[in-house]
Design a protein around this ligand. Structure first.
Ligand code: FAQ
Length: 323
């Protein structure tokens, strides 16, 4: 994908046909850019990159939890988990469709994931070691996802904003079921409580990394905010998430694994300890605990599904439908 400029650009010379002015006015008025509208190449490339990464995250994000479908502790928990993982597949499909409105084909998008050219969220490269991890993912990972995604419902690009509105509704249900599942464990036997605490200990810091690098090391934020793709910086959303989680952890009776976490009266926010950005960079480089396994499984699933795609194309050809 083309890399857009990293500094915000204010057009100095407008296109003579007035299209660039119209784009700038539409964004300034908080109205939506639609696929048929003219848009700067950098805007298109930035959206394509972000939406593709987001779609890939949903698809790869099915794996850690799917790992527990066959071992869910009850039929009720199993049914809920199957529905959740299925929702994630749906989110991936809405997002691939939104990316297609920018001119990319589904094949190109999938190739970006399978070849390693495109990123997906760092969080899905961590293992789900116990049943409590499923609850911790729902509470923390879906919680972080909602905090990040609610402002994206106001993204300047119409198809992405509309996809996010629907996705956020489903994510908030996911977050509540994760919290409820973790609550049951943290109020269960001593062994269940210890399992819940261990899961939170392992998922807390990677969840904070989901918001991306700190603002002074985030090359994309300034331009994306100028274009109203992003509405808040990475650090603003991370802080919001920490402030939301602290009282929730208290209600769960679990401890967040950060000795420096405390309320700062002056700032009106919780202070928290340093994030291990070396770990984040390693995961992005492909050196996380599960990167190889996740992408390997995805490639294999795609290869094994070739006959389904061929059959669908043959059916479409036979009945004069667009493949
Ligand atoms: N992992 O300059 P910035 C879910 C990349 S939720 C991997 O700050 P930007 C739901 C970044 O893309 C998870 N890469 O970039 C679910 C950029 O890449 P480049 C998905 C990361 O875009 C729950 C580079 O680093 N959510 O799946 C990460 O302004 C439970 C520089 O960073 C979204 O994708 C990371 N954590 O801000 C599913 C939300 N952070 O340019 C299953 C939409 C940064 O080198 C179970 N995306 N990078 O190619 C966004 O809001 C933004 O893209 C950010 C990054 C905030 C992630």
């Amino acid at each position: 994908m083309e890399r857009p400029t990293t500094r915000p650009t204010t057009p100095t010379t407008s296109r003579p046909d007035g299209l660039e002015d119209r784009f700038t006015r539409t964004v300034a008025a908080d109205e939506r850019i639609e696929p048929r509208d003219w848009m700067p190449d950098g805007y298109r490339a930035t959206l394509l990159r972000q939406i593709a990464q987001h779609a890939h995250s949903e698809i790869i994000g099915m794996q850690p939890e799917a790992n527990w479908i066959t071992r869910a502790p009850s039929l009720r928990r199993k049914a809920i988990l199957i529905a959740k993982v299925q929702d994630e597949a749906g989110h991936g499909l809405y997002l691939y469709s939104a990316a297609e409105t920018l001119g990319a084909s589904r094949d190109e998008l999938l190739d970006g994931l399978h070849s390693g050219r495109h990123k997906y969220s760092s969080i899905f490269n961590y293992p789900t070691l116990t049943w409590a991890d499923v609850g911790a993912i729902g509470w923390l990972v879906d919680g972080a996802a909602i905090t990040n995604q609610v402002p994206l419902c106001r993204c300047s690009y119409g198809p992405y904003a509309r996809a996010m509105t629907r996705i956020c509704k489903e994510e908030s249900f996911h977050q509540r079921q994760g919290y409820e599942s973790l609550y049951a464990l943290s109020h269960g036997t001593p062994a269940q409580r210890a399992m819940a605490q261990d899961a939170v200990d392992r998922w807390w810091w990677p969840s904070l990394m989901m918001f991306g690098p700190p603002d002074d090391e985030s090359p994309r934020t300034a331009q994306s905010m100028a274009w109203k793709i992003k509405r808040h910086t990475n650090d603003e959303l991370r802080q919001r998430f920490v402030d939301i989680c602290v009282p929730q952890a208290e209600a769960l009776g679990l401890t967040l694994p950060d000795p420096e976490l405390r309320w700062n009266e002056e700032r009106g926010h919780h202070d928290f300890g340093p994030i291990d950005w070396a770990e984040f960079r390693a995961v992005l480089r492909g050196d996380g605990p599960c990167n190889e396994q996740r992408i390997g499984l995805r490639r294999a699933a795609h290869a094994e599904g070739a006959w389904v795609r061929e059959a669908a194309a043959a059916y479409a050809g036979k009945h004069g439908l667009a493949a």
